[in-house]
Design a protein around this ligand. Structure first.
Ligand code: GDP
Ligand code: MG
Length: 186
C-alpha cells in the first residue's frame, strides 16, 4: 500500500478585532474524528517579531495527511500593520465577520484588498478565499442577513460562505474542512 502523502498548508485568518477569529481557530469539538490533532505551537518568537501566532490542525483527506498552519493576528488588527511575513506563502485566506456587527461586514472589502496587496498571489481572482459569518448564536441582534453575505461572496467570484458559532461549535469543523480542501487544490 502507498504511504499517505503529506501537505503543509498556510492559512491566514483576517477580520476586525472581536469577530471571533482566535475562538474559531482554537475551537475543537470533543471527540471529533475530523481533525486528528489541534495544537498550539510554541511560537512566541513569531508573536514578538511579526505580531502573529499560529495553531496547527491535522486531518486526513482521501489519501492525504493535511496539516493546516492557521495564522492569527495577535490583537493588532485595528492598526492593520501586519507585515508581509504574515502573508507570505499563504495557500488560503479566511475572512471573518460578526453577523451582529455591520461594520465588521463592511470592512471585509478592506481585508480582501489588504490580503491581495500583501500576499500578492499570482492570480488574485483565482486565489482561494472563504468567508465565515460568525456568532450566529446571537439571536435577534443579527445585523447582516445571510442573503447580503452571499451577495458579497458572489460579487467576489463565488467565495464559499459558512455561518459559524465558535461559542457553540456550530459549523466550525465543516468550515475548516472546506478551507483544507480549497488550500489543497490551490
Ligand atoms: P478576535 O479578536 O477576532 O480574535 O476575537 P476573539 O476570538 O478574541 O473573540 C472576541 C469575543 O467574542 C470573545 O469574548 C469571544 O468569547 C466572543 N466570541 C467569539 N466567537 C463567538 C461566537 O461564535 N458567539 C459568541 N456569542 N461569542 C463569540
Ligand atoms: Mg484574536
Amino acid at each position: 500500500m502507498n504511504k499517505p502523502r503529506r501537505a503543509l498548508l498556510k492559512v491566514i485568518v483576517l477580520g476586525d478585532s472581536g469577530v471571533g477569529k482566535t475562538s474559531l481557530m482554537n475551537h475543537q469539538l470533543p471527540g471529533t474524528k475530523l481533525f486528528r490533532y489541534v495544537y498550539k505551537k510554541f511560537s512566541q518568537q513569531y508573536k514578538a517579531t511579526i505580531g502573529a501566532d499560529f495553531v496547527t490542525k491535522e486531518l486526513q483527506i482521501d489519501d492525504k495527511l493535511v496539516t493546516l498552519q492557521i495564522w492569527d493576528t495577535a490583537g493588532q488588527e485595528r492598526f492593520q500593520s501586519l507585515g508581509s511575513a504574515f502573508y507570505r506563502g499563504a495557500d488560503c485566506c479566511v475572512l471573518v465577520y460578526d453577523v451582529n456587527v455591520q461594520k465588521s461586514f463592511e470592512t471585509l472589502n478592506n481585508w480582501h484588498e489588504e490580503f491581495v496587496k500583501q500576499a500578492d498571489p499570482a492570480d488574485p481572482d483565482a486565489f482561494p478565499f472563504i468567508l465565515f459569518g460568525n456568532k450566529i448564536d446571537g439571536g435577534s441582534s443579527r445585523m447582516v442577513s445571510e442573503k447580503k453575505a452571499r451577495e458579497w461572496c458572489a460579487s467576489r467570484g463565488d467565495i464559499p460562505y459558512f455561518e459559524t458559532s465558535a461559542k457553540e461549535g456550530y459549523n466550525v469543523n465543516e468550515a475548516f474542512l472546506c478551507v483544507a480542501k480549497m488550500a489543497l487544490e490551490g
